[in-house]
Write a protein that binds this ligand. Structure first.
Ligand code: CO
Length: 134
């Protein structure tokens, strides 16, 4: 059911320092910071040949990654995003298998303007999973 790894999202406490690490130390192609007000994050896209890494930094008062950074002060992997062809079919199959879909269970428009859902980390080996309709 799942297809490509669309991205790995890493919450970072210092966006400039993280950009320096990925661009100057690891030698990756790195985008300019993009404020995503509706998602409460500033994102930097690290473009790799086969996938992306997204560096997430809190934006605004109620950023969804603020609590994560409080628990993980040096940052950490926040979620992985897998592509699916049909997000509603994927959701229904996962729910039937007992997986918990976060929120109201309806896909939202995600950071790439495509429908996304998040799955409970406790059902996926402690990893928050994002599904994105490719
Ligand atoms: Co994501």
């Amino acid at each position: 059911m799942i297809g490509k790894l669309n991205h790995v999202a890493i919450a970072v406490p210092d966006l400039e320092a993280a950009v320096h690490t990925y661009r100057d130390v690891l030698g990756a192609k790195v985008s300019a910071p993009l404020a995503q007000v509706a998602h409460g994050v500033t994102v930097v896209f690290v473009e790799l040949d086969n996938t992306k890494v997204e560096l997430l930094h809190p934006l605004g008062e109620k950023s969804p990654i603020q609590g994560f950074l409080e628990k993980n002060p040096s940052g950490g992997i926040h979620h992985v995003c897998y592509e699916v062809a049909d997000i509603l079919a994927a959701r229904d199959k996962l729910k039937a298998a007992g997986a918990r879909v976060l929120g109201d269970g309806e896909p939202k428009i995600g950071a790439h303007d495509k429908p996304v859902l998040f799955l409970h980390p406790k059902d996926f080996n402690g990893t928050l999973v994002e599904l994105e309709q490719a």
